[in-house]
Design a protein around this ligand. Sequence first.
Ligand code: G1P
Length: 298
Amino acid sequence: MVAKIKRAVIPVAGIGTRMLPATKAIPKELLPVYDRPIIEHVVREAISGGVTEIIFVTRSGKEAIENHFDAHYELEHRLEKKGKEMILGTVRNVVPASIKISSVRQNDALGLGHAVLCAKHLLNNESFAVLLPDVLVLDHESRDSNYSFTQLVKAWDETGVGQVMVERVNPGVVESYGIANLGDVALKPFKSVALKGLVEKPSPDQAPSNLAVLGRYVLPSKTLDLLENTVAGVGGEIQLTDALVKLLDTDGLNALETDAEIHDCGNKQGFLSANLAVGMRDPESNLAIKKLFKSNGW
Ligand code: G1P
């Protein structure tokens, strides 16, 4: 029986260069996607997969992220006095009280692999999830929300093999991602398939496919031991992908394709599209957005 995933590591130490100047004083993870900060969408996604403990890997200057998930007595008191019960509910119950939030500092920007390794002492030698908060995974409205992540966790529960979520990207942008090699195996959405290889940010002519790792992982604790022995790779950073290549050789690693809409909120266009896509799901805003487009002839 495979142990259930209890913890998720969410690296939030990035400086948000692609979103400057918006992120000069505000952590990029707190920029709102429609009605709540992007980080809240991602934390909810983790919780929907059964995670009960969130570990932020953070740095100085980003304390506001932790504050968002903490109580704010003065604000709560004022809202209470004004009888604003609805708003009070959203401020108070950002996540259920049973969810533990902790954080650990990454005091040097040495890469995603290093960020995950910073959480090692909090992971208790147990399997864990990693969710990258730049990425918003918006599942089809016909499915349960966060269907993709719950399927990733389910695939882990059924196999005990590490899982990475992948999506098809334009072959011209493979250089921005970890790219999966599946050999001749045909992938179809939500079928977990054994990987043959994984490569971090290959050039388009070296890429084994256009299946990109999109920042959702469920991994065995062994990954942390492998990370400890992983040297700097692409970009001079300790890459999670390089440790996963070693894991693949010894224990195997699976890919699970999603058919969800993927929005990279770490850049301006992706951030805008995420806001529109989430806003369009609210009936009132849907009408307002359509009206705006129509009246401007967009
Ligand atoms: C990281 C990972 C990469 C993955 C990407 C998804 O890269 O290293 O494998 O495809 O996230 O967003 P980064 O975007 O941090 O350069």
